[in-house]
Design a protein around this ligand. Structure first.
Ligand SMILES: *[C@@H]1O[C@H](CO)[C@@H](O)[C@H](O)[C@H]1NC(C)=O
Length: 429
């Protein structure tokens, strides 16, 4: 990793753990016109270099210090989307992408999450913005502070990055997690209105194109979904936030409203329980929401090692949520993981891994990858200090079959998260 990236990471994410962002970073100057010019200038240079490169005046060096190596052929044309793939091929090809970064292979909307703790995602969002209709920086928490509500995360805001993305085709829709106690948030009308006001004001203030809201998992944890009255209040809150965002007029924009995307868990078992987000919930919210970010990943964990997102489970989730196949499928952003897992089989345990970790493991163990027919994912086994490990991480093939599934259903994609992926994954999109 080039040092510049590491510097940026430190600046963006001064905290040791992602869940406890500490003091605000200095953003007082980030909206100055001079800074904006500083962001546009490299873009112009990039354009000039790209033109020179195109007319053959320059060597094959990457046109931008942060850009991956390029090749005239796409990942499909390079024959990398296949079941029999070797460590050697992945090691040789993962850092190369098609030189035409604006050529889209997936026609439907693509929502890409970006986290401050994997800062590579900030650069990838800019490089591949033509393939990303929505970019969601994971920046905000709405929290309780005694009886009050506060929106934390304003220090993450990066004006130059946001405006650069908005200058292209991407909408910037930061994620807000509702951490506030339901007792504080849901039961009092005044608090509900305050929460909505905090979110809408931040959108206006920073010029966002909308927001992504995550609250369902918190509500499940607090027992809100088990109580019919609270569950109703919770859904009404989501509707009201969506309606308010939709009716917010923006002064300096061609858009006529703010977008609202709601995060939903994928139904886990056959049959729904009260904690699941079901088809009736979807119908109830449909008029107030522009899309649902469906979390079809995290299927396995250290207690039950296995694939991240078995294709059969993805299909089952879609079938459960969309009983009438054509109905609301265009509103679903089907979840795709750009991370994987390294499970310790003999002792239990293990953890999530990023593309960089995966590449280190391939270099070190030169394993042979196997295709798991049942889940449609690649995996490999290795031993370290007597402990057997199983590693599941996406490949061109596993991603490609999931994109085919999304195409067939007419859904979009939501990627968690682009800072954890390998460069050549973007060629698939
Ligand atoms: C890149 O792909 C797009 C879409 O397929 C195409 O319109 C464009 O001409 C291509 N650009 C180059 C330089 O080949």
């Amino acid at each position: 990793m080039p040092p510049r990236r590491r510097d940026r990471r430190n600046r963006r994410d001064p905290s040791p753990t992602p869940s406890h962002p500490s003091g605000p970073r200095d953003s007082s100057s980030s909206s100055s016109p001079r800074l904006r010019v500083a962001f546009i200038a490299p873009l112009l240079l990039l354009l000039i270099l790209a033109t020179l490169h195109f007319t053959g005046h320059l060597s094959r060096s990457p046109p931008h210090p942060e850009a991956p190596q390029t090749t005239p052929l796409s990942i499909y044309e390079r024959g990398l989307v296949k079941l029999e793939i070797s460590s050697r091929e992945i090691l040789a090809e993962h850092g190369r992408v098609s030189e035409n970064r604006s050529r889209r292979h997936f026609p439907n909307p693509v929502l890409a999450y970006v986290t401050p703790w994997n800062s590579k995602g900030y650069d990838m969002a800019k490089l591949f913005s033509t393939k990303l209709t929505h970019v969601s920086p994971v920046w905000y928490d709405l929290k309780s502070d005694g009886d009050k509500l506060v929106l934390e995360g304003q220090h993450n805001y990066d004006a130059g990055w946001v405006s650069e993305l908005q200058g292209g085709v991407s909408l910037v829709v930061p994620r807000v997690v509702l951490e506030a106690f339901p007792g504080v948030l849901l039961l009092k009308k005044k608090s509900r209105n305050k929460a909505i006001d905090l979110i809408v004001s931040e959108c206006r203030d920073k010029g966002y194109d909308g927001v992504v809201l995550e609250s369902w998992s918190r509500w499940a944890a607090y027992g809100v979904l088990d109580d019919p009255e609270l569950r109703h209040l919770a859904l009404q809150f989501v509707k009201k936030l969506g309606d308010t965002l939709h009716s917010t007029r923006l002064k300096s924009s061609t858009r006529n409203h703010l977008e609202f995307i709601y995060v939903i868990p994928a139904p886990r078992m056959q049959g729904l329980n009260k904690q699941d987000f079901g088809p009736e919930d979807l119908v109830q919210l449909a008029d107030s929401v522009d899309g649902f970010s469906l979390m079809t990943y995290d299927f396995s964990g250290p207690q039950n090692p296995g694939p991240s997102a078995p294709l059969k489970w993805i299909r089952q989730s879609l079938t459960t949520l969309l009983p009438a196949k054509d109905s609301a499928s265009h509103m679903i952003f089907l979840g795709i993981n750009f991370y994987g897992n390294d499970f310790v089989l003999s002792k239990g345990g293990g953890s999530a891994i990023t593309g960089r970790d995966f590449i280190h493991l391939l270099e070190k163990y030169k394993p042979s990858l196997q295709w798991d027919e049942k889940s449609s994912e690649h995996f490999f086994i290795y031993s370290d200090e007597g402990a057997r490990h199983a590693v599941f991480y996406p490949t061109a093939m596993s991603l490609s079959v999931r994109l085919d599934e999304a195409r067939e259903w007419g859904t979009g994609l939501s990627i968690w998260e682009i800072g954890q992926g390998l460069d050549y994954f973007f060629d698939i999109l």
